[in-house]
Design a protein around this ligand. Structure first.
Ligand code: ZN
Length: 150
């Protein structure tokens, strides 16, 4: 494994062991649930909006290391962003984990989310990494239907 892979593993492990913004949100404006039947990952994403900005974001759930780390990094990545910025990041993240990102794109522009670039090599893991993002998307849209990755 390369040093970069080691660093990525370390970040994923860190977020799995100590997920950020983990727990319920009593006064959430938006909430959505997601379920990945393939792996058994469950996630609930809570949002508090302030106009067009995501003021607070938290998540709860149980799942594999990738799904937990992804949700934890999601909360760090979208907090303080506008709804449009969060949706744009979701699009980019999805391209990253499905191996469709622009090869000319600067990997640094993904910040810590770049740790999931290797996921594109493991199709079953793509759903684990993207579940929380689909769930965020649903929460932003205000959809009541639970999200499944099917
Ligand atoms: Zn999983």
């Amino acid at each position: 494994m390369s040093q970069l892979d080691d660093l990525y593993q370390e970040i994923i492990l860190d977020h799995t062991k100590r997920p950020r913004n983990f727990g319920p949100m009593e006064d959430a404006d938006r909430k959505a649930e997601g379920f990945n039947a393939l792996c058994g990952d469950r996630v609930t994403v809570y949002l508090r909006l302030d106009g067009d900005h995501i003021r607070e974001v938290k998540f709860q759930g149980s799942g594999c290391a990738i799904s937990t780390a992804s949700a934890s990094l999601l909360t760090e990545s979208v907090k303080g962003k506008t709804v449009a910025e969060a949706e744009a990041l979701f699009e980019r993240f999805h391209k990253l984990v499905t191996g469709k990102s622009d090869p000319d794109e600067d990997p640094d522009s993904y910040g810590k989310l770049a740790v999931f670039s290797g996921v594109s090599e493991y199709p079953a893991r793509v759903k684990c990494a993207s579940l929380c993002w689909h769930t965020l998307h649903s929460a932003l849209e205000g959809t009541a239907e639970p999200v499944t990755t099917e």
